[in-house]
Design a protein around this ligand. Structure first.
Ligand SMILES: [Cu+2]
Length: 70
């Protein structure tokens, strides 16, 4: 089942950061779509909940050097 979450992510300063987040998340199994907006501090992720959980998504964003606020 596909779920979509919108996370508040700070630390993205430009389009390069958006691409970095998108790239890192896209490498993970189960991620189907990523939209990142540094101006809105927002990352929208669609994922297959049977393959990956939210904690792993948040961890990947953290590992990429950004901060997930929740
Ligand atoms: Cu940047």
């Amino acid at each position: 089942m596909t779920e979509t979450v919108v996370l508040k992510v700070t630390g993205m300063k430009c389009g390069g950061c958006e691409n970095n987040v998108k790239q890192k998340l896209s490498e993970l199994e189960g991620i189907t779509e990523v939209k990142a907006d540094h101006k809105a501090d927002s990352v929208e992720v669609s994922f297959d909940a049977s393959k990956i959980d939210l904690a792993a998504i948040k961890q990947a964003i953290t590992d990429a050097g950004y901060v997930v606020n929740d």
